[in-house]
Design a protein around this ligand. Structure first.
Ligand SMILES: Cc1cc2nc3c(=O)[nH]c(=O)nc-3n(C[C@H](O)[C@H](O)[C@H](O)COP(=O)(O)OP(=O)(O)OC[C@H]3O[C@@H](n4cnc5c(N)ncnc54)[C@H](O)[C@@H]3O)c2cc1C
Ligand code: SF4
Ligand code: SF4
Length: 467
């Protein structure tokens, strides 16, 4: 039987690679990395993929964040009364900014270290036996470096610390959850949490075992080429890349001026993230197309959401701050008690502060989505039903052009990197992308700023070499 996945999601490249479908379909269906380094389902020829349509976050048939949020946290949710609703964040009990004080959670983490601190606390309080999170995998150089795994003790949590801007998928780890009767906390980007929530409705075993869903705020997911391109730009070729630390804290620098570190067989190199050609997040190189059709920034279906507090004051502290949206009453209590005891620091802020902390994200993913949806409609392309209406009404012609150029940067970056790998030269990637980046900055009105920045970076490099 044909399915929405096979007829619409996959042909339109709108799969985020969560693996919910292959887990649910079972049998010989599995997830695999495609040529771009994105996970995609390979559905067995004898399988009926339509059974997974109601849980795929991009089929348009799964319950959306509003429906799931209402069932989980609204008046009819299980004892979760007293939450406020904001169309931009979903339901919330509180919004705050802070960081962990005890242990090395903050310095070892991406932001304020509160994600791993909370997982540790859930272990300590006897609330969970295991965590489903993303960490380093045992691998050969050039192989798959990061992925979902199950951690069964608080002392192993350090393996999950820091964000992995890397493709991940859930099907295998969910099979392990199905096989092993433990109480789990799940950590994922918002669309993966949505998949897990929809799966729980169909698999009572998952519903009973996955006790907490924790979201991390997400700008977009990257293909494996992002890690490889950072490595290559720093002199480590994809086949020899051993690891990438995507979030190295730089003492004295603002928190958003973090560095990246790559390791190859005989090399270890570090560079400030804004100095690299590859890692300007605004350009969206190696982005999954699905991310351009996603409107959940605050992890609306999660019990708690952690992000970076990109706000004027917190960003000054190089050690990092989280922005936190709490929905679950038990998590609210744990955080409150620890805050009173000084084990963590949390200060209440508003939902407007949350939106301000993710300003570019909301502009691209909400306002920009309306343009992308209207473009798709005009071109007769299939897109899933979204909560944002298709429209050009709010956007100038210039803004529409910028949004369209971002689509082209996304698409061309995948192609250019494949060609660079075939030719064995990073320069091929840069040569192909540079004119497009200049064109983009010209259209966006940021060309002078971009050129000045590149000159300063090169001057700094020359001074460093001479010293
Ligand atoms: C792809 C991606 C995009 C992001 N985009 C934004 C953004 O636009 N704005 C923003 O404020 N924050 C973003 N974040 C979140 C941010 O980088 C931090 O992860 C978050 O603030 C938590 O920091 P922490 O110090 O509390 O986490 P830590 O204590 O360091 O714990 C990190 C946790 O993240 C989990 N994790 C790591 N990588 C992944 C992954 N690929 N998928 C799922 N879980 C993972 C680990 O399991 C671990 O539990 C993004 C994270 C990812 C992975
Ligand atoms: S988004 Fe997830 S559920 Fe949907 S097709 Fe892709 S892997 Fe399957
Ligand atoms: S932007 Fe949306 S679709 Fe993309 S990984 Fe993040 S939560 Fe998922």
């Amino acid at each position: 039987m044909r399915s929405l996945l096979q007829d619409n999601v996959l042909p339109n490249d709108l799969c985020i690679g969560c693996g919910g479908c292959t887990f649910h379909i079972g049998g010989g269906s599995k997830m695999a990395l495609d040529e771009r380094g994105q996970y995609t389902p390979v559905i067995a020829s004898d399988a009926d993929a339509s059974v997974a349509d109601p849980l795929c976050p991009f089929s348009g048939m799964a319950d959306d964040e509003d429906t799931l949020g209402q069932a989980l946290f609204g008046d009819r949710g299980c004892g979760q009364t007293g939450l406020t609703h904001d169309a931009r964040l979903g339901f919330y009990r509180s919004v705050s900014v802070g960081h962990a004080n005890e242990g090395d959670f903050r310095l070892a983490g991406s932001s304020g270290g509160l994600t791993n601190w909370l997982l540790h606390e859930l272990f300590q309080q006897g609330e969970i036996d295991a965590v489903i999170g993303v960490g380093e995998l045992a691998h050969a150089p050039g192989g798959t470096q990061y992925g979902y795994q199950i951690i069964e003790s608080a002392s192993e949590l350090h393996r999950l610390a820091k964000s992995k801007y890397y493709p991940v998928t859930l099907d295998e780890v969910l099979r392990s959850v199905h096989a092993r009767d433990l109480r789990y906390a799940f950590v994922g980007v918002p669309c993966f949490v949505k998949t897990v929530r929809n799966l729980c409705r169909q698999h009572p075993v998952l519903e009973q075992r996955i006790r907490f869903c924790i979201a991390i705020v997400c700008g977009h997911l990257k293909s494996r080429a992002f890690a490889q391109s950072i490595g290559w730009e720093l002199g480590v070729a994809p086949a020899t890349l051993e690891s990438v630390d995507f979030r190295v804290k730089v003492p004295g620098a603002p928190a958003n001026r973090y560095a990246v570190e790559v390791k190859g067989a005989h090399t270890r190199r570090q560079q400030q993230v804004f100095d690299l050609f590859t890692s300007d997040w605004g350009l969206g190189f190696f982005k999954y197309k699905a991310c351009d059709f996603c409107d959940d920034i605050a992890g609306e279906t999660a019990d708690v959401t952690f992000g970076d507090a990109w706000l004027p004051e917190p960003v000054k502290a190089w050690q990092g701050h989280n922005i936190v949206v709490v929905r679950h009453p038990l998590i609210a209590r744990l955080l409150e008690h620890a805050n009173k005891a000084g084990r963590i620091t949390l200060e209440g802020v508003t939902s407007d502060d949350f939106v301000a902390s993710q300003g570019a994200n909301y502009r691209h993913r909400h306002d920009g989505l309306a343009i992308r949806l209207q473009d798709a409609k005009a071109a007769g392309e299939w897109v899933p039903q979204k909560r944002i209406a298709a429209s050009y009404a709010h956007a100038s012609k210039k803004r529409q052009r910028v949004i369209r150029l971002r689509n082209r940067l996304r698409e061309e970056s995948h192609r250019a990197f494949i060609t660079a790998k075939q030719r064995g030269r990073f320069k091929t990637f840069k040569r192909k992308m540079q004119p497009r980046v200049l064109h983009y900055h010209l259209a966006a009105g940021s060309l002078t700023k971009y050129l000045v920045k590149r000159v300063l970076i090169n001057v700094r490099r020359v001074i460093k070499i001479r010293v």
